[in-house]
Design a binder for this molecule. Structure first.
Ligand SMILES: [Mn+2]
Length: 246
């Protein structure tokens, strides 16, 4: 069977150029998926076709979600946004969440998913929620920095089988109010939410750190991608066997 096709949501610049950091493609490839970057499009019919074609959806890191998307005024500490990216990703998410196809988020992807489900964000952690954990590490991006605590009886804890795993961190925003149906599966020592999942059968996992920068060397980091790609393959098989609507 062909590898599961992973629709990747990436940066959409003001001129509508699409740009994706290659580490995301490498992580998907290494775990057995076929990465396919989804560009900005106008037609909702094309969004529906993206969702029909792909076996899973991967929301990557990048610019801050526009606070207007969660009903807040932009403050001076909020970073720049990419309005076309926000629009594309919310359209893809809304179509994808109606299916049983797996959804995965990294960093901004986690924040986008939370906003899409009605949650809110800290526009800037250092000023709005000061703590003693450095969420914007000065070390190289593929070095470990702060660790995360895995909550018992969550999919992440069951997957990795430990209570604490090493992570890296380069974000200045994070989840404030959880989106509808989301539950926390990891936090940093200062209580900042570092991983969430959607309760119930449907596969949705999102991580605030960047395991794609660690997974070549670190087995627990690679497990996060192996798990996502395996879920995409399993869902693809269910559709092929007619147990689920495409
Ligand atoms: Mn962090």
């Amino acid at each position: 069977m062909m590898r599961p096709v992973i629709g990747v949501l990436a940066e959409v610049c003001d001129d509508l150029q699409t740009r994706m950091n290659a580490t995301y493609a490498s992580a998907i490839e290494r775990s057995g998926g076929m990465p396919l970057v989804l560009p900005y499009v106008e037609d909702d019919g094309v969004i529906d076709d993206f969702v029909a074609l792909c076996d899973g959806f991967f929301f990557t890191g990048g610019a801050d979600v526009d606070p207007a998307r969660y009903g807040e005024e932009r403050t001076t500490v909020c970073g720049e946004s990419q309005p076309n990216r926000d629009a594309l990703e919310l359209r893809v998410f809304k179509a994808a969440i109606k299916t049983a196809k797996p959804i995965f988020g990294i960093c901004r992807g986690t924040q986008l998913i939370n906003v899409a489900l009605g949650g809110t964000l800290y526009q800037d952690l250092p000023s709005e929620r000061p703590g003693d954990v450095a969420h914007k590490q000065t070390e190289p991006k593929n070095d470990f920095s702060h660790s995360v605590n895995l909550l018992a009886d969550t999919p992440l804890h069951r997957l990795v089988g430990v209570e604490r795993m090493r992570a890296n961190s380069f974000h200045h925003q994070a989840i404030k109010k959880l989106g509808v149906g989301l539950a926390v599966m990891a936090t940093a020592d200062d209580g900042v939410i570092e991983a969430v999942y959607l309760e119930g059968e449907r596969y949705l996992r999102a991580y605030q750190w960047h395991p794609e920068r660690l997974c070549e060397e670190d087995a627990p980091s690679k497990l996060l991608f192996d798990d996502f790609i395996a879920a995409c393959r399993a869902q693809k098989r269910r559709i092929k066997n007619g147990k689920d609507q495409a």
